[in-house]
Design a protein around this ligand. Structure first.
Ligand code: FAD
Ligand code: MLT
Ligand code: ZN
Length: 469
């Protein structure tokens, strides 16, 4: 029997797609890459995922797991062979349990992030992971990419928010690790192998995640800043003044904000002449009035010190949401502008200003007039240092001529300044060829050993993250 027929017998024909328009599964979010699947399967539960994995292993057919398909490194779509099974977790989106005393929530991996946030909120608690894609990305995808987002400063990356996992291994066994324990020193920490593995070691089917008390008050401010070094000094100032209350610190250069104003005019930046803007958020277990006073004091001292030239404090939840919406729309505005080179990099915060000065100049020397869409999570040392063609140069001409050179230039500088070529988006297939040039060779060897040992047939999302040969 063919694999498709066996999968149909297992899941029912409605849950094995192989005809018609499958572009939603086969094309990446940025529409830069397109693959072709043998079929798309949508299992309903963990047992079915395990059976699919066993069938595929018996047919030596590889599997690409997919959540919301919002990943930015081309890891969640099939390759062009037409031979891979795309396993979507979209039918596995139940909130399984909320334990308010243990401050934890257990969900299926296909649960959309926003649904988890809402379930936590309804229980009077907070699930702090926040991404611009939260309306469609899934917990399985968040864990598999170890997503970051805008609250990392206070609550950490997705890895830091995970207590336990259920995973279907490459052989189709179910690893039942859904513990809600905060302490468990009984050997290797397996969950941390699967987190950030981008589906290359197994399929995450459910997770137990940390919840937090909801802050009593949250304040958001947009601050106009003359230069990036002032943004870095403002960050230090905020750390000193706010300590753990500082929950978000995002930077945006004016060019990235101008793309938002151009394509989404309702989200025009209130400071169109400021070279940089910082969006900062403070949250507190004290009253709203107390936090407001703190933020006002902070901003007036920042202005006295010359770190900020202007600021708006959002005085309602609606206005705060509007400011966040501006920030979170940069990715969409960039996509609307056309193709560009995305660099998701991290650096020690103390070296960011110099990195940007030197790299901006080197890029201008290479391609005069090149435009930099520079924004990101400065509080985490994470910049989205994206490079766009000079005005009047078609994006595809620019990419064809310069993409490789620009990537090499940027990554070499990242290495020089002690940074990482992937801060939060992962490796996928976009950076899999590049990784060996920037990762410690022993780390690469150990990663290969782990991959071969957990996935000896190389059927779990092969050729993503790490190449075996
Ligand atoms: P997918 O894109 O479907 O998959 C991502 C990877 O995980 C693939 O390799 C896939 O094979 C694997 N995978 C998915 N589900 C599973 C599973 N259950 N088991 C095993 N492997 C699995 N990322 C950030 O880190 N921070 C941001 O601030 C951020 N903002 C974004 C804003 C926008 C507008 C967009 C489009 C993307 C953004 N991203 C961000 C990137 C993306 O949303 C994240 O990487 C997210 O975690 C991906 O989740 P997903 O469910 O869409 O995963
Ligand atoms: C963001 O911070 O908005 C995301 O990581 C998406 C992006 O880099 O475009
Ligand atoms: Zn980001």
């Amino acid at each position: 029997m063919s694999l498709i027929t066996e999968l149909q017998t297992l899941l029912g024909t409605a849950h094995v797609l192989f005809e018609g328009d499958l572009s939603a599964y086969e094309e990446d979010w940025r529409k830069r890459s397109r693959g072709r699947a043998l079929c798309v399967v949508t299992p309903a539960n963990t047992q079915e995922v395990a059976e699919v994995v066993k069938l595929c292993a018996a047919h030596q057919t590889s599997i690409v797991p997919q959540g919301g398909n919002t990943g930015l490194v081309v890891g969640s779509i099939p390759d062009e062979s037409g031979q891979q099974v795309l396993l979507s977790l979209k039918r596995m989106r139940a909130i399984q349990a909320i334990d308010t005393e243990n401050l934890s929530i257990t969900v299926q991996a296909g649960c959309v992030l926003q649904e988890v946030q809402e379930a936590a909120s309804q229980a009077g608690l907070l699930f702090p992971l926040s991404l611009g894609s939260q309306g469609s990305c899934t917990i399985g995808g968040n864990l598999s990419t170890n997503a970051g987002g805008t609250q990392v400063l206070r609550y950490g990356n997705t890895r830091d928010l995970c207590l336990g996992l259920e995973v279907v291994s490459a052989s189709g066994e179910i690893y039942a690790g859904l513990s809600g324990l905060r302490k468990d020193n009984t050997g290797y920490d397996l969950k941390n192998l699967f987190i950030g593995a981008e589906g290359t070691l197994g399929i995450i089917t459910a997770a137990t995640l940390k919840l937090y008390p909801k802050p009593q008050s949250t304040w958001t401010a947009l601050v106009a800043v003359h230069a990036l070094d002032n943004c870095v000094s403002l960050l230090s100032h905020c750390h000193q003044a706010l300590g753990a209350q500082l929950t978000g610190f995002e930077v945006m250069n004016q060019f990235s904000l101008s793309l938002v104003s151009k394509h989404l005019p309702q989200l025009a930046c209130p400071f169109p002449n400021s070279p940089w803007c910082v969006l900062l958020e403070l949250s507190d277990s004290e009253s709203q009035a107390h936090a407001s006073e703190q933020l006002e004091n902070l901003l007036s001292s920042a202005m006295e010190l010359g770190l900020a030239s202007n600021a708006i404090i959002a005085d309602s939840l609606q206005k705060a949401k509007h400011l966040w919406h501006i920030r979170e729309s940069i990715t969409m505005a960039q996509a609307m502008e056309g193709l560009n080179i995305k660099n998701d990099i991290s650096l020690p915060v103390s070296r960011i200003t110099e990195f940007v000065r030197i790299t901006d100049q080197a890029l201008q020397d290479l391609v005069p007039g090149v435009q930099l869409v520079n924004f990101g999570h400065l509080g985490d040392g994470n910049l989205h240092y994206n490079v766009q063609s000079p005005p009047n140069t078609p994006a595809h001409v620019f990419l064809d001529s310069f993409e490789d050179q620009i990537n090499t230039l940027v990554y070499q500088k990242v290495k020089l300044y002690g940074g990482s070529i992937s801060a939060e988006h992962g490796i996928g297939s976009l950076k899999v060829q590049t990784l060996p040039d920037y990762k410690d060779p022993v780390a690469l060897k150990l990663m290969r050993q782990i991959k071969v040992s957990l996935d000896p047939l190389n059927t779990m999302n092969p050729n993503r993250v790490i190449l075996l040969h």
